[in-house]
Design a binder for this molecule. Structure first.
Ligand code: FMN
Length: 366
């Protein structure tokens, strides 16, 4: 126990100094403009949250094929790079720091969202349960097309290009989204990866895609500006694994070779526990991973301070609390009341429920 460490203890990642350990978790808000280009409203939203120790952007597709929902931003066109520059400039002008989350959804898409109406791709042709959100509303998921072995290095190359584009857009680093049942997670777990080539079967082979991407992205940024996000207990997007303790213990150990900015863990949610999957305790990963560990999922001020003091983690990220409280660090500092997030405006829409949550000053003035 070290009671001197709390959310307000500064933290250094490489040469990036975080004034606090309150990280804004990646949050898809489906409010990109035409061509999936970020615009002024998005810049305003992120700038409002610049007092976070670090902001991680919403998941951002590295290619048109990587898209799985309407109005999510990309990082593969010159217009998108210019749009993101508005965001990074606004965050930096307000004294903040921001990473981009690199994303490919794999099978969590639909031909309606894919170039030329093609099938979404995945490690194996296994249809997820549930429905895709298309421009015409919800439609049942389809059976994806299994990637050919030769196509996989091309996708690794798209991650490298996305990382390069993020550098051009003025970000402070990137986070590789290997969580929540999207493409990389689909490779990691044996519920979705039935391949028999060098990207499937053994644990080593299932982790290869993530490790190749990590290596490629580090080639652009250097290791200390690259984070990886995992959700070892996650069942979202119809995910499963026969031995998550083994799988994610292996992945955490394999990531030690890189000296990354951080490993970001989305811990088990109530829904995951309800689905009856194996919960991977963060202690299991803390024992195996030697670098900076960021935890997430249902944290409050008290719970966050207690895991930091107990040295179970180094950083804590907050999702829904940051949606509703642009000045979350200040509210934590003063133990002030928190605004409630409005779920009906999470995904898509306008400034309402996006940039209009009041700060403490505004509330006091009324
Ligand atoms: C509206 C919404 C959008 C989200 N989008 C993303 C995303 O783009 N990338 C990601 O890794 N996680 C995403 N998540 C998960 C959050 O980052 C976070 O793990 C989750 O909200 C739990 O943290 P919390 O209890 O502090 O909200 C999203 C969650 C919500 C509520």
């Amino acid at each position: 126990m070290d009671t001197n460490i709390n959310l307000f203890t500064p933290y250094k990642i490489g040469d990036l100094e975080l004034p606090n350990r309150i990280v804004m978790a990646p949050l898809t808000r489906n409010r990109a403009g035409k061509g999936n280009v970020p615009h002024q409203l998005n810049a305003e939203y992120y700038a409002q949250r610049a007092s976070a120790g670090l902001i991680i952007s919403e998941a951002t597709q590295i290619s048109p094929q990587g898209q799985g929902y309407p109005f999510t931003p990309g990082i593969h066109s010159p217009e998108q790079i210019a749009g993101w520059k508005l965001v990074t400039d606004a965050v930096h002008q307000n004294g903040g720091r921001i990473y981009l989350q690199l994303w490919h959804v794999g099978r969590i898409s639909h031909p309606d969202l894919q170039p030329d109406g093609a099938l979404p791709v995945a490690p194996s042709a296994i249809k997820p349960k549930g429905e895709a959100w298309t421009y015409e509303g919800m439609k049942p998921f389809v059976t994806p097309r299994a990637l050919e072995t030769w196509e996989i290095p091309e996708i690794v190359q798209q991650y490298r290009q996305g990382a390069q584009n993020a550098l051009a857009a003025g970000f402070d680093g990137v986070e590789i989204h290997a969580a929540n049942g999207y493409l990389i997670d689909q490779f990691l777990r044996d519920g979705t990866n039935h391949r028999t080539d060098r990207y499937g079967s053994s644990l080593e082979n299932r982790a290869r895609f993530l490790l190749e991407i990590t290596q490629a992205v580090i080639g652009v940024w250097g290791a200390k500006k690259v984070g990886v996000r995992l959700s070892p207990s996650g069942t979202f997007n119809d995910m499963s694994d026969s031995d998550p303790l083994l799988t994610f213990g292996y992945v955490a150990e394999a990531l030690n070779q890189f000296d990354l900015a951080y490993l970001h863990i989305y811990e088990a949610t109530e829904a995951d526990i309800r689905h009856g999957g194996t919960v991977v305790p963060t202690s299991h990963l803390r024992e195996r991973y030697q670098g900076t560990l960021m935890v997430n999922g249902g944290y409050t001020l008290e719970k966050a301070n207690s895991v930091l003091a107990a040295k179970q983690a180094d950083l804590v990220s907050f999702g829904r609390l940051f949606i509703a409280n642009p000045d979350l660090p200040k509210r934590f500092l003063y133990n002030a009341p928190l605004n409630e997030p409005d779920e009906s405006t999470f995904y898509g829409g306008t400034a309402r429920g996006y940039t209009d949550y009041p700060t403490l000053e505004l509330q006091k003035a009324h």
